[in-house]
Design a protein around this ligand. Structure first.
Ligand code: 5GP
Ligand code: ZN
Length: 113
């Protein structure tokens, strides 16, 4: 499958990992939009939020239980951070492998759209 994040998971494309286990990988975004910009992805290829259903939603729970731990490890838990998921063209999704952006390390803009 020609998916850049699957290639990061397989090691074909190198990346700066911040967390990894058998189900999830978190790594630094290579075009950071904040002092801390990390992407959290399931190792299972899910294209976007539209493809989350009862067959695969356990991984979403798993990821959202991990995010506070990753934020704590990154040193941004106390000051706060933003979790973003872009789904589809109008949201500007550029990589068709479900991912959650974690942004922090500064006071973020309040505008979402
Ligand atoms: P999207 O716009 O789809 O929500 O976000 C995709 C993100 O993936 C972007 O912030 C982009 O900078 C990041 N990205 C795309 N390709 C790579 C890559 O090869 N390595 C890393 N570390 N990040 C990537
Ligand atoms: Zn993929």
């Amino acid at each position: 499958m020609d998916c850049v994040f699957c290639k990061i998971i397989s090691g074909e494309i190198p990346t700066e990992k911040v967390y990894e286990d058998e189900k999830v990988l978190a790594f630094k975004d290579n075009q950071p939009q904040a002092p801390i910009h990390v992407l959290v992805i399931p190792k299972e290829h899910i294209s976007c939020a539209n493809d989350i259903d009862s067959s695969n939603s356990d991984i979403i729970k798993y990821i959202f239980e991990l995010i506070p731990k990753i934020a704590n490890d990154l040193g941004i838990a106390e000051d706060g951070y933003r979790i973003i998921n872009n789904c589809g063209d109008n949201a500007g999704q550029t990589v068709q492998h479900l991912h959650f952006h974690i942004l922090g390390g500064k006071k973020l803009n309040v505008e979402f759209a």
